[in-house]
Design a protein around this ligand. Sequence first.
Ligand SMILES: Cc1cc2nc3c(=O)[nH]c(=O)nc-3n(C[C@H](O)[C@H](O)[C@H](O)COP(=O)(O)OP(=O)(O)OC[C@H]3O[C@@H](n4cnc5c(N)ncnc54)[C@H](O)[C@@H]3O)c2cc1C
Length: 391
Amino acid sequence: MGIAGKKELCSGCRLCEEVCPVGCISLEKDREGFLYPGTGEACINCGLCERKCPVLAPPLKYLADEGYMAFSNDKSLRLKASSGGIFGEIAKWVIQNGGVVFGAEFDQNLKLVWAAATNGDELEGFYKSKYIQCDMKGFYNEVKVRLEENRPVLVSGTPCDIAALRNYLGKDYDNLILLDFVCHGVPSQDFFDKCMAYYKDFFGKKVLKYSFRAKQKRASTPKIFEIEYTKNGKTKKKTDLYMKDPFYFAFQKRISLRPSCYECEFAETKRVSDITMGDFHTIEKYRGDINRMDGVSMVLLNTEKGKDVFSKIKGGLSIQRFDVGVLADNNECLKGAAKRPMGRDEFFDILEKDGIGALIKRKLKPNRVALVYYSLPKFVRKILKKFVLGE
Ligand SMILES: Cc1cc2nc3c(=O)[nH]c(=O)nc-3n(C[C@H](O)[C@H](O)[C@H](O)COP(=O)(O)OP(=O)(O)OC[C@H]3O[C@@H](n4cnc5c(N)ncnc54)[C@H](O)[C@@H]3O)c2cc1C
């Protein structure tokens, strides 16, 4: 099988496993915790796995030609979203129209899985970015089943998973809306599990809920996490800066990403979805009246269907048109894949041999200057940024 043994190519979408006519492909975890396919003896060399693979045979990409800054006017929706709540606005509209929404949520054991929602309550687990690779087992066929019920189907996911879905379906469906996000990559579930086990073993905290991008009043950065945990029979919450959590810190350093993410061919303004959403962290350069900490998105409309859906929901949004090139200048992952940091292999060597505690000491120690910086009031940080960093 073409992709086997080429870790920098395989995105782990599981499509090869799903389409194999003799069921001879199974996925195995490597030492970094990422799943890779392997073929069994029953392989009949039909080549379908290669012809469907979204990396070896990517679907046609659409050139985004309409872009916006956007955020939801619904404050509670925006609060529970990572960014401007664009996903939530589209999802609500699909559900109001009798549709189904596919997204990624944590299960009760903090494993990231896909799920389908047909009402507002079922959408709750989808809100917010979860910076982990979602397990796509069984996903493609379920989307197809729902599409054939002839109801609107919204699928939201990473660009590589959306590309895999398109290859699986092999044709366009009028009732399918594809939504992807600007993505700089995914770490493995296995690494996340190890970090959660560290909370338990080292601090006696059993983590029940984990939230990336917790929005806080007077936040100094959008990268704040919140955990809910039990300790000594009591349930508590803790909110802190991303660099105080080994998993989130490693993600921000881009050191724990799947190897294929550093080679991603979907990190550009040609997209595989109808609509692409991303963060507009630099909005304050253009709009001094907007607080980026509340969550502000950029939206790319890639197809006529994407434009049509956006026209239906834009009444509930605050928007401003931006040139797609300007949006790309403000979002590095629209211009290329994340750079593979030096020392990535050593990072996983330490994890394998000495565990999370050693990894924190040697690779993930919060930088003291950064900790002081993030503790300063906003106006002081603004002055420092301007005069020291020249931003
Ligand atoms: C792994 C990852 C990396 C990202 N990297 C960037 C980046 O480099 N630059 C940038 O601008 N934006 C990035 N984003 C996207 C951004 O953080 C927001 O998620 C996006 O703009 C949507 O925000 P929202 O407020 O509209 O929706 P939210 O309410 O935050 O909705 C989140 C949506 O993302 C889906 N989702 C969450 N986690 C996953 C996952 N692991 N796999 C598949 N689907 C998931 C949910 O199902 C839901 O549909 C990333 C997101 C993820 C999950």
